[in-house]
Design a protein around this ligand. Sequence first.
Ligand SMILES: CC(C)(COP(=O)(O)OP(=O)(O)OC[C@H]1O[C@@H](n2cnc3c(N)ncnc32)[C@H](O)[C@@H]1OP(=O)(O)O)[C@@H](O)C(=O)NCCC(=O)NCCS
Length: 240
Amino acid sequence: MMVESGAPEEPGSISVVRTLDDFLRTAAIRAIVYMDGQDCPFDEEFDGNDFCGIHLIGWIGREPAACLRIRFFADFAKVERLAVREEFRRSAIAFRIVRHALRLIARKGYAKAYGHAQEGLEPFWARFGSRPISGRPSFSFSGHRYTEMLLDLPPREDAIDLQADPLVINRPEGDWDRPGVLERGKAAAAGSGRDRTGWTEATAEAWRRFAGDEGFDEEYCPWELDMPGLNDRSQLMLMC
Ligand SMILES: CC(C)(COP(=O)(O)OP(=O)(O)OC[C@H]1O[C@@H](n2cnc3c(N)ncnc32)[C@H](O)[C@@H]1OP(=O)(O)O)[C@@H](O)C(=O)NCCC(=O)NCCS
């Protein structure tokens, strides 16, 4: 389950970093694991790319146990900065956060995930289906040797592409299955006035799931929107 920022209720959850506090949680993990654990200098660990991608946190109880960064290029997404705090190793959080990252990358429509596997960790990355890129020699940075690895991701029917509902595209990264803030109450009603009939079904489906997860909240209900089949409050109440 995707969670909001801060410690989630479900153990083992993975969340997308959306706040400074959550970013600090990932920075703390990386400082411990890489700067302290692997003698990596600050400038090499915090390399200028931290505001250019998505960061994930893996939670164990209320503690941020693992983190991972994803950056996006035209043809591939790069998975990097995977780190698990030593006290949480062998808890399966490493596998959960990597799988979550791969699902997110595929959902964004990418067919390839690329990464640099630290020497010795090739078998770890191979467990997800990654393979060393043939003909590419290993290389070094920050005192370690690395192998370039590539993973082909199966296409997803629900990938966010140009056919997607525009309001789904607007939703927070990684949280595409429930209405975003722009679909709630007055913000949605005061929208651009464009024809919304094309996204009625997707929006209705998202509201169904949202209500299922978190209960019906009248304040956020879009019953005032001009949506065929959904312009009657009692119908919407039933649907939710
Ligand atoms: C790599 C890492 C994320 C794996 O998380 P973890 O909780 O240790 O995962 P697990 O204990 O479930 O280990 C997964 C497998 O990788 C192996 N492994 C872990 N670290 C390894 C290392 N440095 N070298 C070789 N194998 C390693 C484990 O032995 C295990 O294999 P096994 O099940 O066959 O014994 C974690 O060890 C870590 O944060 N390491 C420091 C940062 C790092 O090197 N990140 C990866 C950069 S590519």
